[in-house]
Design a protein around this ligand. Structure first.
Ligand code: FMN
Length: 320
């Protein structure tokens, strides 16, 4: 069978995406900043920066530290608050040539429901992601995503406010991410984003002080990729809803690992800081990869990692 034209379209809940690539919350602004460098029509969706009920100044500086193969950040959810966001910001994003996903953060169950309802009511927002996993505001309250029961309560409360697609973004900073995933699914999540950043710390050996103003931060980039691939794999064994895999994706090979582990779509965050063309390149090369293997779409690779003692997949292509 030669000449199959693979489709890269994916459906996440009710969210239909032309491409299986999302831009990670907090890493792509609103898209405007990237428009001069990247073709926004060549990506599936932008997940916007997380919004809270009230405005937040964020954490004291420094907020970013470079690390080998990644970075530590402790932004602290800086944002103008829901009211300002809805009244003065959101209308500017209409007309982006890709879908927009709103991201909700909060400090109580009621916060999550309130902000979710506010965002989901707007036409500019195609779906909502619940960030129950930000590691950089833990001093202000519970990280909801570190407790399966609390995650369930947050998702249930947010679910009651909207029929739009609800994605729940999970934390890797737990004993069993699959357990939290199951609670989120049972509470009505349409999809899961796996994973948010991994907690970390760096110390300046001259001053003996922590290198982040917040003392601790969240590690992202290639350094966390194997952790993220395993998390996707473990979650995929336990849930039926789609997974948006993320953590250190920089090229097609990285993205393929996530698809094979069980992700329906992938998200690119930190990679955009070094090369804004990564998402476009992944889409072009993914198309080529599927076509070369006469595969009609992503469903032919999602969750197909050969584990155990099965005969490994053998590609009998070019090298003939
Ligand atoms: C500077 C920075 C800011 C971030 N802000 C948010 C945020 O506001 N909400 C959120 O859900 N995730 C946030 N994240 C997490 C990313 O969306 C992503 O899930 C994580 O960094 C792992 O993917 P990556 O290695 O491709 O960056 C942020 C990450 C970075 C590096």
């Amino acid at each position: 069978m030669v000449g199959v034209k693979p489709s890269l379209a994916v459906t996440i809940g009710k969210l239909e995406l032309a491409y299986p690539t999302l831009m990670g919350s907090g890493c792509y602004g609103t898209g405007e900043e990237y428009a001069p460098f990247a073709d926004l029509s060549k990506i599936g969706a932008i997940v916007l920066k997380s919004v809270t009920r009230l405005p937040r100044l964020g954490n004291p500086t420094p907020r970013l530290v470079h690390t080998p193969a990644g970075m530590l950040n402790a932004i602290g959810l800086q944002n103008p608050g829901l009211e300002w966001y809805l009244e003065r910001e959101l209308h500017k994003y209409a007309g982006r040539p890709c879908k927009l996903v709103g991201s909700v953060a909060g400090f109580s169950i009621d916060d999550y429901a309130y902000v979710c309802e506010g965002l989901a009511a707007r036409d500019e927002i195609a779906a909502v992601e619940l960030n129950v996993s930000c590691p950089n505001v833990a001093s202000e309250g519970e990280t909801f995503g570190c407790d399966a029961g609390l995650t369930g309560q947050v998702v249930r409360a947010a679910r009651a406010t909207t029929d739009k697609t609800l994605i729940v973004k999970l934390s890797p900073n737990v004993t069993s991410i699959a357990e939290v995933a199951c609670e989120a699914e049972a509470a009505g999540a349409d999809a899961l984003a796996v994973i948010n950043t991994v907690r970390g710390m760096a110390i300046d050996v001259e001053t003996w002080r922590p290198r982040l103003g917040n003392v601790t931060g969240g590690l992202s980039g290639p350094a966390i990729r194997p952790i993220a691939v395993l998390a996707v794999y473990e979650v995929a064994q336990r849930v039926k809803i789609p997974i948006v895999g993320q953590g250190g994706i920089e090229n097609l090979s990285d993205a393929l690992e996530f698809f094979l582990a069980g992700a329906t779509a992938v998200s690119i965050g930190t990679g955009n800081f070094t090369d804004p063309r990564i998402p476009e390149r992944i889409v072009d090369e993914l198309h080529e990869y599927l076509a070369r293997r006469n595969l009609s779409g992503l469903d032919e690779i999602v969750g197909r990692a050969n584990v155990g003692f099965a005969t490994p997949y053998q590609y009998e292509g070019d090298e003939g």
